[in-house]
Each structure stands twice: as C-alpha cells, then as structure tokens.
Design a protein around this ligand. Structure first.
Ligand code: PMP
Length: 301
C-alpha cells in the first residue's frame, strides 16, 4: 500500500509519524473541534459549509484557528493531492493544543491542526440494498443548553456510548432521544421520516446537529416537490412512518427498515428514499466550482 500523508501543524508527515503529545488538551479533555468532509471524484462536497461550521464551533469554544478559511481550503486540497485521492473522506481536527495538566486552556500555546484524508470505508452496498435495522438507545443527546449540538466538538462520548449500545444489541446504528423523549439523531447522522408527501427531521433545538447532508437533502426534497419540515417527533412517529432514513457525510442517505423491532413500511428501502439517494449522488458530482487545476483537478462546492 502506498504511504499515507497526514497534514500535521504545517507539514506533511507519514501516518506512522503523525503523533500528538499526551499533554494535548484535545487528548486530555476532548478540548477541540472537528469536521468530517467528503470528496467525490475531485469535488469536495460543500467544503465552504463544513469550514463555516468548523469555524463557528471553534468560535463558540473560544478556540482561534490560526488560518483563514481560504488557507484551510488550500490545506485540504493539498492533503488530497499529496495522497493522490480523488474520492475520499477527510477528517479535519483542531485541538486546543499542548498545555499543562490543568483544565484551563490558557496554558495551551497554540492549536494543533490535523488533516487526514483516506479512502472511505462505506457501509457495505448490501446495507443500501437491504436497509438498516436500528434501535433507540438509553443514552440521551446532550441538552442544547449544556453543550450545543451545533458545536462539533471532540466531546463525542455520548455518541460513542450510542455505538456501544447499538453493537451490544447487534445493530449497526441507533437513535438518541433528547431529555424530553423527542427523537434527536443517530450517533453520527441525522434522521428523517416520510409520511405521505411530508418529510420531517428534528430541528436543531431538539438536539440534532445541523448536518450538511441533512441540509442538502432538505433542498433536494423541496425541489422534488415534497413538503419538508423541521419538526419535533417521537418514537411513535418513527414507528408508523412510511419511510425512515439517515443522512450523513459518511452514510450519505441510507434507508432504515426496522426500528425497535417495528417494521417500517414494507420492510425494504422505500422508493422515496431511493429517489433522494439517487438525486443526492447526482448533486455531489454536479455541484461545485473548480478552484484547483494541476495534474488532478479538485472542485469545491
Ligand atoms: N449528527 C452528528 C452527531 C454527526 O456527527 C454527524 C456527522 N458530521 C451528522 C449528524 C451528520 O452531519 P453531516 O451531514 O454534516 O455529516
């Protein structure tokens, strides 16, 4: 396998040399922010939105990223080119940096910046054909007034616990409810339900991250003539929906066919979900403005 290059604080280092101090506050306290981004055949899908979310998350936790968004765009593109990747998953991590053992981040001199690009291990194709069986779990989504779900921070312990609960139950994904019992989202994806021509997804204040795939699907569904609404719903609404699907950078659009033992619709991925997935896959290739030309072209949308 060819070498993988990681962008780490101003230089490219080989994967086995990409190391961070144990005094980094991202490691010690989850003090930092991150993004997961995807490039489709040279088109970095909605990089601007991902960077806006990253910089907003950083601002919210008072972490100053020592690069402009234009510089960061350039670094993302360089990481792809260095790794000769046209289709990949990109992980951008900004941690508070190396400090002392205390919680106070004022001991951290500068943030650490990491960009990893690697080939994406998709959910297996069979799961797109068969749909997912999922459950709802006991782990609740953080309350928005405790840690805003809009901040994509390195504090993902809840999400990790969701994954543990899901695997213990023998399923690959699960839904979190918020503290009032409304459905919030999956461990790393947003949830949608379809009833008739109406498509619903939980609003941000319920505890959902405002996913970039979620936003793209809301746009596409509206264009296709659906009524799309951000509206709170409960597990009952999920159980009786015609179709249920999850969205995320890694998962794209994936149908859910069973929730807590209740079969959704006919128990196979529904037509509307498949139509949305198809439209989404076209959109990720069509969208985009070319910003870089060399031996590889990289587009940013
Ligand atoms: N919710 C959570 C908690 C996530 O981590 C993600 C992945 N970023 C999503 C939803 C989906 O968001 P996006 O479509 O921007 O990947």
């Amino acid at each position: 396998m060819s070498e993988q290059w990681i962008y780490l604080n101003g230089e490219f280092v080989e994967k086995h040399d990409a190391k961070i101090s144990v005094y980094d506050h991202g490691f010690l306290y989850g003090d930092g922010v991150f993004e997961g981004i995807r490039v489709y055949d040279g088109n970095v899908f909605r990089l601007k939105e991902h960077l806006d979310r990253l910089y907003d998350s950083a601002k919210s936790i008072m972490l100053v990223i020592p690069h402009t968004k234009e510089e960061m765009t350039d670094l993302v593109i360089k990481t792809l080119q260095r790794n000769k990747l046209r289709s990949a998953y990109i992980r951008l991590v900004i941690s508070r940096g190396v400090g002392n053992l205390g919680l106070d981040p004022s001991s951290c001199a500068k943030p650490q910046i990491v960009i990893i690009a690697e080939e994406l291990a998709l959910f297996p194709k069979e799961l797109y054909d068969s749909g997912l069986e999922i459950i709802t779990v006991a782990t609740r989504r953080n309350r928005p007034d405790v840690l805003s779900p809009k901040v994509k921070s390195l504090n993902y312990l809840n999400n990790v616990l969701v994954k543990i609960e899901a695997s213990l139950a023998g399923v690959s994904e699960a839904l979190m409810l918020n503290d009032q019992g409304y459905v919030a989202e999956g461990s790393a994806d947003n949830v949608f339900i379809i009833k008739g021509k109406k498509i619903l997804t939980p609003p941000g204040y319920i505890g959902a991250l405002e996913g970039i795939t979620r936003n793209a699907i809301m746009e596409i569904a509206t264009e296709l003539g659906y009524t799309v609404k951000e509206e709170p719903f409960t597990r009952h609404d999920v159980y009786v929906a015609d179709e249920v699907f999850l969205t995320g950078t890694a998962a794209e659009v994936i149908a859910v066919v069973k929730v807590d033992g209740r079969v959704i619709g006919n128990g196979v991925p529904g037509k509307e979900t498949q139509q949305l997935l198809e439209a989404f896959r076209h959109r990720v290739i069509e969208d985009g403005e070319k910003v870089y030309k060399e031996d590889q072209e990289i587009e940013v949308s």
